[in-house]
Design a protein around this ligand. Structure first.
Ligand code: ADP
Ligand code: MG
Length: 730
């Protein structure tokens, strides 16, 4: 039988002839499949339209009495586009999106078939929730869960693959109201941030009534040939290659980053971009990344909730579209050892309903003070809750990346650039926080003139920082490529909300004592700078010196997921989440449990795949090659050749034997360690055992010997597609 590898290689030359329809004008297809307010205007009665618009604006639930009217309009629109089915679209704690399709078709009491979509079906559903992770929540309470429409994210039609489906973005909660998804806590965090930020804005501008957090993500990913990918059980089952020797040519030439996009990938990009535009995802940039076969795309930023939905949707769209190009998208944080992994930078800021970006330096002393307030509060939040931010990006996949000299280290620090460092130093150096009328100069800092030029100059950027200020927003760079941004965004928006609330209390206390408002604000800003400056770091985040320095500064540096997740359950975190109404302690404990379980499962599956591949793929190939060597040596001996004629072969045989021995021995030991880990009942302890006793001692060892064998064994007998084939063949 031909190996899958050779079949895939043979098929490469005619891998895809999918033609992308021309290049439609983006504005002509943008939002084509979205129930926007403009469409709503057309399909809804005045009353229903007003009700929907009000819900979107206020974030309030849809008025039940209007539900059916809105549902009828949505159905009429969807049917006009050939849609027959609908689904509530939600993001359970698996990190992916979930759907349950229902058709509009139903039978009336007398058996007459009709198409129907009532308000109830639009607003609320009860999908069978038992197959989604709940961390024991549903067991404790009630077996059912329900989904409820989030009107702030518009309905859309998914038309890739089979049929056209109307998708209603929803939250997913247990029957007793505990959140079972990533959207519910995010929406709560955004409400908390809105309230806290509006309160602080009132010091500067009474007209501000709403603050929305904004997010622009940058999605990195790999694209490989689907045939080659299918010939790698590790890629299929775990999303990453557990074996594979670095190719002779890796990323050392750095020629991919600036290179042109390969034709086949280019067709795929245009195709998924067009599908994304139809769904209202405002993609803006595309380019090659550092590693071979690695790329990135990024949209124009949006309000956080919508941006998160759009990212989740994009990951799904990319995966679906890739199929018709016979390609496979890899969203894993580290699909290939030895070359860069993938991240998802989260660019984040806050905007007022008066049109001000709160992290953009202003044009007057007053707006500059407003900028400084939000800037310093964010720094303080990140410093106080660094451990929680770290936890919010923890996953088995991201562990491969953080601290691997390609992504930020696991130490959370902030880069703000030289100019702002000087500004903060000046504020800080006011002895005793003594600002008075004469210090007007202080308030007139010409920040707005100097920052933009400085920050927008790429040379001033520090690529090694996990959290960087980039002129008018912060960029959280440590997020993993496969992550649902809601998790990191929930943490970030909650900690900033909490810090702003405290800021308001602190400033008000000074004002009550008779301090002038501006002076009180400056004094608290100064206090916060002093308290949180340890988190500021401008140097090389990859260096060993930084790890030592960070330790001196008391910054956490937790390298593995099972331990990083502890930060969710500290007294500080519980108080933070409970007082802001994001998670009660049951929800927190459930989430912690789910994330640990997720970690365990991922490492467990990787361990199984490794063991199986080593035994059923690598070993047989190596043995075949051993036999070839043995026969050759024997033959040469029999033919009376001198020892020099076969001593090389003997050496290779010797090395092959050694690698096989250590590999097989390590696999046995790993299986034993897994069995022991499985017997541990405490989830956290079991996760630690998987990390320290299964993965820790064995993954690298097994891989090392397999990769050595790859370099020795006859290429014709090697079953797994090699890195050079996966990464460079198009
Ligand atoms: P780069 O990081 O490559 O220099 P840009 O600065 O253009 O790229 O922006 C990166 C991402 O940041 C984009 O998705 C962009 O929309 C987003 N972004 C820009 N301004 C904001 C903002 N105020 N809030 C959130 N995201 C923003
Ligand atoms: Mg960036």
């Amino acid at each position: 039988m031909q190996s899958l590898r050779s079949t895939a290689l043979n098929n490469l030359s005619n891998a895809s002839d999918f033609k992308v329809d021309g290049s439609p004008k983006i504005t002509a297809i943008f939002n084509e499949n979205v129930f926007t307010l403009k469409v709503a205007r057309q399909f809804l009665s005045d009353e229903a339209y007003k009700s929907l618009a009000a819900s979107i604006k206020s974030g309030k639930k849809i008025d039940r009495s209007m539900g059916s009217h809105i549902a009828n309009g949505v159905r009429a629109w969807a049917e006009s586009k050939g849609v027959t089915h609908f689904t509530h679209w939600f993001q359970p704690l698996t990190g992916l999106s979930a759907e349950k399709h229902d058709s509009f078709f139903t039978l009336k009491g007398d058996g007459t078939p009709i198409e129907e979509f009532d308000g109830g079906a639009l607003i609320q559903q009860e999908p069978d929730a038992s197959s989604f992770p709940s961390g024991g929540l549903r067991a404790t309470f009630e077996a059912r869960g329900y989904t409820a429409w989030d009107p702030s994210s518009p309905a859309f039609i998914m038309e890739i693959g089979e049929g056209k489906t109307l998708c209603i973005p929803t939250i997913f909660v247990s029957y007793t109201g505990e959140s079972l998804d990533t959207k519910t806590p995010l929406l709560k965090a955004l409400v908390a941030l809105d309230k806290a930020a509006v309160d602080v804005c009132q010091y500067f501008d009474k007209n501000v009534t709403r603050v929305t957090a904004t997010l622009g993500w940058e999605q990195e990913y790999f694209v490989v040939d689907a045939g080659l990918s299918n010939a790698r059980p590790d890629l299929v089952l775990t999303g990453r290659t557990v074996f594979g020797h670095a190719p002779a040519k890796g990323q050392q030439l750095e020629d991919h980053y600036f290179g042109s996009i390969p034709e086949r990938v280019y067709a795929f990009m245009r195709d998924f971009e067009n599908e994304s535009y139809k769904l209202g995802i405002p993609l803006r940039t595309r380019h090659n990344e550092v590693a071979p076969a690695q790329f990135e795309c990024a949209p124009i930023f949006e309000e956080v909730n919508l941006a998160v939905d759009h990212n989740t949707l994009l990951m799904d769209v990319m995966t679906r579209v890739a199929k018709r190009h016979n390609l496979k998208v890899l969203l894993h944080e580290k699909p290939f050892a030895g070359i860069n992994g993938s991240g998802k930078h989260n660019n984040w800021s806050m905007a007022t309903d008066t049109g001000v970006n709160l992290l953009a330096p202003g044009k007057t002393p007053k707006t500059n003070l407003m900028f400084l307030t939000f800037f310093v509060n964010t720094i303080k939040a990140v410093h106080t809750y660094a451990d929680l931010l770290r936890a919010s990006i923890a996953s088995a996949g991201n562990d491969h990346r953080l601290g691997a000299n390609e992504a930020p280290p696991a130490i959370i620090s902030i880069f703000i650039g030289k100019y702002l460092t000087d500004v903060l130093n000046q504020v800080e150096s006011r002895v005793g926080g003594k600002f008075d009328e004469q210090d007007e100069a202080m308030l007139k800092l010409d920040i707005h003139k100097s920052i933009p030029e400085l920050m927008l100059d790429n040379t001033d950027r520090n690529r090694t920082s996990p959290f960087a200020f980039t002129g008018n927003k912060f960029e959280f760079r440590a997020v993993g490529s496969s992550a649902n941004c809601a998790t990191s965004m929930t943490a970030l928006n909650t900690i900033v909300a909490e810090t702003l609330k405290q800021f308001k209390k602190d400033v008000d206390a000074l004002i009550e004592k008779g301090e002038k408002k501006e002076i009180a604000i400056m004094q608290i800003i100064q206090k916060y700078i002093v308290e949180s400056k340890a988190v500021l770091f401008e140097g090389d985040g990859y260096s060993e010196a930084w790890a030592q320095e960070a330790e001196k500064r008391g910054l956490p540096n937790v390298k593995t997921t099972p331990l990083a997740l502890d930060a969710y359950l500290t007294e500080q975190s519980k108080a933070l989440f409970e007082s802001n109404g994001i998670y009660n302690h049951l929800e927190l404990e459930a989430r912690h449990e789910i994330m640990l379980e997720d970690y365990i499962k991922k490492v467990q599956i990787e361990a199984r795949v490794m063991g199986e591949l080593a035994t059923t793929y690598i070993l047989p190939s190596a043995i075949k090659y051993q036999n070839i060597l043995i026969n050759n040596i024997k033959g040469l001996k029999d033919a009376g050749m001198p020892e020099t004629a076969y001593s090389n072969q003997q050496q290779i045989l010797q090395r092959t034997c050694e690698h096989i021995m250590v590999m097989s021995d390590s696999v046995e030991k790993m299986i034993e360690a897994r069995k022991q880990a499985n017997e541990i009942t405490d989830t956290r302890e079991r996760a630690i055992a998987y990390c320290d006793n299964v993965k820790g001692p064995y993954f690298d060892t097994i891989r090392y010997h397999v990769d050595k064998l790859e370099l020795l064994v006859d290429d014709a007998h090697w079953l797994l597609p090699k890195y050079r084939e996966i990464l460079f063949l198009r």
